[in-house]
Design a protein around this ligand. Structure first.
Ligand SMILES: Cc1ncc(COP(=O)(O)O)c(C=O)c1O
Length: 370
């Protein structure tokens, strides 16, 4: 049984290098401290239409955008409810894609999997072969863009191009931990649904999930037998069209933070943001290869989370504790019991830059005696 541990408010500040939540700018935190207002006031329409339209501009998409109170997992669930009546093919290569299997099974859907070992990437040609050989027409195929548990970046663009040949099969992409730090041209690759959580590469406080929905997916939901109420695309988008607001009471303070952070993101622009993340990822990989090895299959390393194979057998848990204690920086162990000590992970996303990542790798070198 878990016992209460009183929150004291007295904790040292730690710089976050975990795969989310990540560092949030000071003015973004401050933006949350406004007196409250009602979610049916005109002011709410100003706030919500601003964040939705700014997000479309940042992502360069003509698809619809929903910003919903909740975390990314909400859209893992509702996109299945909204688009799948019978059969779904879930590609798996780590913990979060395996969660998608669990979610879809609990919703009573027929789930087939295309499975890869942890660390391997999903291959478009295997998706094609699976679709060709299947004795059913799948309602949807799902793929995680960035498998945060293994640091694999899946080639969702090429997989989307394969799926474009199957117009009755919808493509659902979990872009949590990637979007905002790894640019994807959503409209060009037949991606029907793509979702993320704001506490990752958007570098916002947690509490909101973002979903980009194609017109085709919106139409499909109208015929769905199991469409979600809370996460229904139709309910959110129709409400937006009529009132420019959300269907139920949103986390207004986090939306205020969103507004401020999205202005910073627009000012930087997605090309520059993508480039900054590329630089951080390249630096981290180079450092990792100098001292250890990268865990993901070569050529599929993530641009926002590096998963590093602990080839030196350092005590990962002890190193994390010592870096936290001595440098006030926090990075992550490997995911779950499977990868806990075998790997460790550095989140280089959001507002970090090469210099701040170098400060962490210097600290790890010092503590681990590399
Ligand atoms: C790839 C991926 N998918 C889904 C999730 C779940 O997101 P949330 O915790 O916002 O529900 C995570 C969280 O780390 C993730 O990394």
């Amino acid at each position: 049984m878990t016992e209460k541990r009183e929150y004291t408010g007295d904790y040292p500040d730690k710089t976050l290098y975990i795969p989310g939540p990540t560092e949030v700018r000071e003015d973004v935190i401050e933006a949350m401290c406004e007196p409250m207002f009602g979610h049916r006031m005109d002011r709410m329409t100003d706030l919500y239409t601003t964040i939705v339209e700014d997000t479309k501009a940042f992502l360069g998409t003509d698809n619809d955008v929903i910003v919903l109170t909740g975390s990314g997992t909400e859209f893992m669930e509702s996109s299945i409810l909204n688009l799948v009546d019978d059969d779904v093919l879930v590609t798996t290569c780590g913990s979060f894609s395996e969660r998608q299997v669990n979610v879809a099974e609990r919703l009573g859907k027929n789930v087939d999997t295309l499975e890869y070992e942890w660390g391997q990437a999903v291959k478009p040609e295997d998706v094609r072969a699976t679709l060709e050989q299947a004795d059913t027409d799948y309602d949807a195929v799902t793929c995680v863009m960035n498998e945060s548990s293994t640091g694999v970046r899946n080639p969702i663009e090429e997989i989307g191009d394969v799926l474009a040949e199957y117009p009755d099969t919808y493509f659902i992409v979990d872009a949590v931990s990637a979007l905002g730090g790894d640019y994807v041209d959503i409209d060009a690759h037949g991606i029907d649904v793509l979702f993320t959580s704001v506490q990752k590469a958007f570098a916002m406080p947690p509490g909101l999930a973002v979903c980009v929905v194609s017109d085709k997916a919106y139409q499909r939901e109208l015929e769905s037998e199991s469409a979600s109420w809370y996460g229904g695309f139709q309910r959110s988008l129709d409400y937006y069209d009529r009132k420019g607001q959300t269907h139920s009471t949103p986390a207004i303070p986090v939306m205020l933070a969103y507004r401020t952070q999205m202005k910073h993101m627009l000012e930087e622009g997605h090309d520059a943001r993508d480039e900054r993340h590329r630089e951080m990822a390249e630096y981290t990989r180079e450092w990792a290869r100098d001292h250890f090895e990268m865990f993901p299959e070569a050529g599929y390393e993530s641009q926002t989370v590096s998963c590093i194979e602990n080839t030196q057998g350092i005590d990962v848990a002890e190193t994390i504790d010592a870096v936290s204690e001595e440098y006030d920086m926090v990075f992550s162990n490997g995911y779950g019991s499977q990868l806990g000590e075998q790997t460790f992970r550095i989140g280089h996303m959001g507002e970090h830059d090469r210099e701040s990542i170098e400060a962490l790798t210097d600290a790890i070198e010092d503590v681990a005696g590399l």
